[in-house]
Design a protein around this ligand. Sequence first.
Ligand SMILES: Cc1cc2nc3c(=O)[nH]c(=O)nc-3n(C[C@H](O)[C@H](O)[C@H](O)COP(=O)(O)O)c2cc1C
Length: 362
Amino acid sequence: MGNLKFAYWVPNVSGGLVVSKLPQQTDWSFEANKRYAQIAEDSNYDLALLQTRFFASYGAEYQLEAITLASALAAVTDRLQLISAVHPGLWHPAVYAKMLSTLDQISGGRAAVNVVSGWFKQEFTGFGEPWLEHDERYRRSEEFIRVLREFWTKEKAAFSGDFYKINDAPSKPKPVQGGNLPIFQGGNSTAAKQMAARVSDYYFMNGNTLEGFQKQINEVRELAQQEGREVKFAAHGFAIVRDSEEEAYQQLNDIVHAADDEAVEGFKQSVKEAGQSTQDRQGMWANSSYKDLVQYNDGFKTGLIGTAEQVANQIIELKKIGVDLILTAHFHYEQDLERFGKEVIPLVKEKEAKLKAEGVLA
Ligand SMILES: Cc1cc2nc3c(=O)[nH]c(=O)nc-3n(C[C@H](O)[C@H](O)[C@H](O)COP(=O)(O)O)c2cc1C
């Protein structure tokens, strides 16, 4: 198993990464995101994730489009890998394959993609596009991923599916990474796990407890084994690192106390379209409490809250259960991203090296 990698959520939407009215020093503009990306790169981060959002859910009234911003960030960074999220259904995979190979060329092999199957019905109906039933959305996403790889690996792409037909289509240049351009995907539903096992490189997980993560990892790993594949695991957490545990939890309480009730309630209604709408009712946000939803990816649950030492220890526990990549979100991006990167990441690396030397970690 390789060393843990670290990614951060790019705040490319307004309101930051929490649904709270507590004033925060986080801005969605390009200028701010340029600064955050450079801070991240200088603070031991490996990757950045840009979300795809078109309508204001969870108070995110302004949104910058993911791959457009990723291209601009590629030009002002040297090392960060840029993961752009995309909605199949709103983009054609042939067009998106070309956009990703373009970004991979611009960035010298730093493009990656997060294929999002969707839960936000209004974004589709508002654009006049059909809103497919839950598992159909995943069937379409799987075809989308297969088409991407077809374009990246074949001289002429050809594909015949229920959603996409590609007829001997050329695509040059290929991505610098070729067919290895990393494909990420999230979702807690049965369909999401099956799709990850079949076609994704990384399975993204919303915030969770150690037990919750372990269960997901075991399930997806077993499904992947049945397909003769290996999938890597990425765990999200909202990080609050302060001088003392009390201070960190005080910050959390303040965020939750100032929650934007109306936006949380609206979000709660929208996510009923996710895995909750399927027969087995498994899915993202299916068991989320009001407090969980104040961080819209359940990030408080992961417990990256406390002193740098405490947070590093929790990350080591995640590593022990099979997590390959930690995805962090922050409150005051300007300071918190740097603090996490400069204080927590080196501590984790130290602990990892020690445990490897002792044979505790592979
Ligand atoms: C780390 C992570 C990032 C995600 N990013 C986005 C995003 O940018 N936009 C979006 O609409 N959904 C995003 N999702 C949601 C999922 O891709 C998927 O649509 C949702 O999990 C519904 O899953 P389910 O129906 O399988 O429960 C993300 C999920 C995770 C775990």
